[in-house]
Design a protein around this ligand. Structure first.
Ligand SMILES: *Cc1c(COP(=O)(O)O)cnc(C)c1O
Length: 795
């Protein structure tokens, strides 16, 4: 590895006929991407032989989304090569940060769920656990967001153009996937044999993205499947004159891995989504089974050597697919196949909102996947009979897998997995006490909790090197390897010098962000103002609207009531799903408030609003280290966990939040005096919903609410008004913004008062950093390993 810089030079010479001093930035970028990938491939080879020899159990992590973020800096950081490369480049007048900036974000995910999968890949690899990720090689990842005149516009994200250098094409491991057609039954000497006929066949091509571990010999892979037409199949059909079928293979193949669905909750009712789900689960399962059979010559021990993790219900078709392979290709009996299957799968639930629980209509599903459908039906029949036997038939209304001609994917996962986990204590509690109460009764012990975690090496080590280096020198403990050690910082909570140093680092990060804000929006913000940050997908339940209401309230107080607050910069970043009208209107409202303030010479000295376009991992890495306040203001009971809250805490921002998701655990870790909690709790929300939430009454009786909402009606949106939003808040807001509004503005006032006491604020910030250890993805992965996966490290 000492020759890495030599390798770069050689690559430039052989590939482009250039010496490094003649090379372009783009050539240097390509050389770094390719040579880093090659080092990892080589390490992978050694790691893989160790893994093969040990015959140990492995995890396969199935997820429709991996929000990978840029890879080059992460890999150089993990390989310990960053310094060396930076020095080499600067000798030739290249800036490594400019090279990093050329890499597109592999945006193969929408938001939190996909980012979680990537954080776990990173953490498991750094800790030497054998894990393989499976997903789709989307040609277009999450769209690029551009804001024009306050409205979101979506543009295709052609990431492979510059991003494909990190991928390794494995043409030796292609598999065939079958859609449509019909099933036929036939009696053979082995009994009833089901075969799938007249299907349309397509090919899944594997591309591997190497996942490096921090200072580790381990290299795991994220395998991404790309669809292509089955040409061999075409020829056969041409001979039979079935032209239409061969064209069908082309049509299906060209659409399946074309794009990521840009909705972060659900896409019920879309045939292409079903095909995407089956495509990647079938390809992955076939490969896992094939490899297992090659190693052991049997599948009897499959569940002892394989654990397949299902990240939300999107990969749930893994379950009937494994059954299909065992029954139809390896001639297992139903009972034996079911035993293997139910000992193989573990499922993570990510949502309790009814509209986000995946359901497929039988009419849509059955023709596309006839064999898979018959298997799901049989699983359901057997489950229902069993419930009748144990006297639980009255609960089948909620528990059956197929109900009113809809297939309920969460129910399929619960029935077929050996473990089901939620993603924060509160969320897991709601699962067993409410959403899946009946299941918990018939499957005692199947449900548990693993609170989410984040890859702190990326979210602190790489995105905030100023803070990481400072803490490294100050504490003299290796918190980059083991984040729990960051707790040592608590010893400095009354050390004035340390508190001031932390404030200085925060100001450096705020100044860097202020420069970016000026370049990207033209708005000049003051690094001495409070940076109040809400960055996450745009969703009604996340209540960016509540934040906007507070800003309008402040605007009016400054303009009409003589308020002169401590200066504040409100920073937003959020993509809205392309078909989500209300979310897009909320973005427009925030942008219009921003313009109104900028046009007002009095108000703009006190408050600023910036909406940064195209929120993604790379932008998050810039914004989060600069935040003073972390807005986590979802309606209680709605955010399963959140991970943005953890990234912000780790970087010294103080949470302003409801008692929701992992905020509850942050509150518990830092104590009441180091967090700002407001609003209704989950039981209070539930009882208010039951007894009738009456926002109109709040509007009529509370002057702060009335004045704020009346004012929003007259905000100028360049030809749009916001009456629809005001009417929604007064009449039918399911997330009850107005119920929490007064409590929220009280907390905001408290924040301002606290911030002006710099010593007190800095101490709170320090405590937040010091207590963030439990939110490392290393801790979460360790819990998955010990409680669910039961795997060992690769030695
Ligand atoms: C962490 C992260 C999220 C999740 O944020 P939440 O506040 O937990 O919803 C979404 N998008 C990106 C780019 C992230 O890095």
């Amino acid at each position: 590895m000492n020759n890495f810089t030599e390798d770069i030079k050689t690559y430039l010479e052989t590939k482009f006929g250039n010496s490094i001093d003649e090379a372009s930035e783009r050539q240097v970028y390509q050389a770094l991407m390719v040579k880093t990938r090659d080092i990892l491939s080589q390490k992978r080879y050694k790691y893989n032989s160790k893994l093969k020899n040990s015959c140990q159990k492995q995890v396969y992590y199935m997820s429709m989304e991996f929000l990978v973020g840029r890879t080059l800096r992460n890999n150089l950081f993990n390989l310990g090569l960053e310094k060396e490369v930076r020095e080499l480049l600067s000798e030739y007048y290249f800036d490594l940060d400019d090279i990093y900036a050329m890499e597109p974000d592999p945006g193969l995910g929408n938001g939190g769920l996909g980012r979680l999968a990537s954080c776990y890949m990173d953490a498991a690899t750094s800790n030497d656990y054998p894990i393989t990720g499976f997903s789709i090689l989307y040609e277009f990842g999450i769209f690029k967001q551009i804001i024009k005149n306050g409205w979101q516009h979506e543009y295709p994200d052609n990431w492979l153009d510059m991003g494909s250098y990190g991928l390794v094409y494995r043409n030796d491991e292609e598999v065939e996937i079958k859609f449509y057609g019909k099933t036929t039954e036939e009696w053979t000497e082995k009994g009833l044999k089901i075969s799938h006929k007249d299907y349309t066949s397509i090919i899944a091509e594997p591309y591997d993205l190497m996942i490096s571990g921090y200072k580790s010999d381990s290299v795991n892979v994220l395998r991404l499947w790309k669809s292509k037409a089955n040409e061999r199949f075409d020829i056969k059909l041409f001979e039979k004159g079935e032209y239409a079928k061969s064209v069908e293979s082309e049509v299906i193949a060209s659409s399946i891995s074309r794009l990521l669905y840009p909705a972060d909750d659900n896409d019920n009712g879309k045939a292409l989504r079903i095909k995407q789900q089956y495509f990647f689960t079938s390809a992955s399962l076939q490969q896992i089974v094939r490899k297992h059979f090659m190693n052991y010559n049997t599948l009897d021990n499959f569940a002892e050597k394989v654990v397949i993790h299902i990240n939300d219900t999107h990969p749930a078709m893994c379950i009937p697919e494994l059954m299909r392979i065992l029954l139809d290709e390896y001639d297992y009996s139903w009972e034996k196949a079911w035993e293997i299957t139910t000992n193989t799968f573990a499922y993570t639930n990510h949502t309790i909102m009814a509209e986000a629980l995946e359901k497929w209509s039988v009419h849509l599903f059955e023709p596309i996947l006839p064999r898979i459908y018959t298997i799901i039906k049989e699983i359901n029949n057997r489950f229902c009979s069993w419930c009748n036997e144990i006297g639980a038939s009255h609960e089948l209304e909620t528990m059956s897998i197929i109900h009113n001609n809809m297939i309920r994917m969460a129910n399929l996962c619960i029935v077929s997995s050996f473990n089901v986990n939620g993603v924060s204590k509160l969320h897991s509690d709601i699962l067993v006490k409410d959403t899946f109460k009946s299941f918990n009764r018939i499957y005692p012990g199947k449900f548990d909790n693993v609170t989410n975690g984040i890859a702190h090496r990326r979210w602190l080590g790489q995105s905030n090197p100023e803070l990481a280096n400072y803490l490294n020198n100050l504490l003299g403990v290796d918190f980059i390897n083991d984040l729990s050690k960051i707790n040592k910082l608590i010893e400095y909570k009354d050390n004035e010098k340390v508190l001031r140093d932390l404030e200085d680092i925060k100001r450096i990060k705020k100044t860097q962000l202020a420069i970016y804000i000026k370049e990207s929006t033209g708005i000049k913000v003051d690094p001495n103002s409070i940076f109040d940050v809400q960055v996450k997908r745009l969703h009604e339940y996340k209540r960016q609207l509540l934040n906007a209401l507070h800003i309008v309230y402040l605007y009016r107080e400054i303009k009409f009531n003589g308020l002169r607050p401590f200066p504040r910069t409100f920073i937003f970043g959020a993509k809205a799903s392309s078909g989500y009208v209300m979310a897009k209107n909320i973005i427009k409202l925030i942008c219009s408030i921003s313009e109104m303030i900028e046009a007002d010479p009095l108000v703009r000295d006190y408050i600023k609003v910036v909406f940064l376009e195209d929120y993604r991992v790379t932008l998050a890495e810039m914004i989060i280290p600069a935040a003073n306040i972390s807005e986590q203001i979802s309606q209680a009971g709605k955010e399963a966990s959140g991970t943005g809250n953890m990234k912000l805490m780790l970087n010294g921002a103080i949470t302003l939040g409801t008692m929701d998701g992992a905020n509850v655990e942050i509150h518990n870790a830092v104590g009441d005096e180091n967090i700002f909690i407001f609003g209704l709790t989950t039981p209070e929300v539930n009882s208010l919903a039951l007894n009738g939430y009456n926002p109109r009454e709040l509007y009529l009786n509370i002057p702060e609410i009335k004045d704020t909402l009346d004012f929003i009606r007259i905000i100028d949106g360049n030809g749009t008004n916001f009456n629809n939003i005001v009417d929604y808040l007064i009449n039918n807001d399911p997330y009850m913004c107005l119920a929490d509004f007064i409590s929220y503005i009280e907390s905001q006032k408290n924040i301002e008062k606290t911030y002006t006491n710099r010593a007190k604020w800095n101490k709170m910030s320090l405590v937040n950093i010091a207590k963030s250890g439990i939110f490392s993805a290393d801790r979460a992965v360790e819990e998955y390993v010990n409680n669910i996966w039961k795997i060992n490290k690769v030695r």
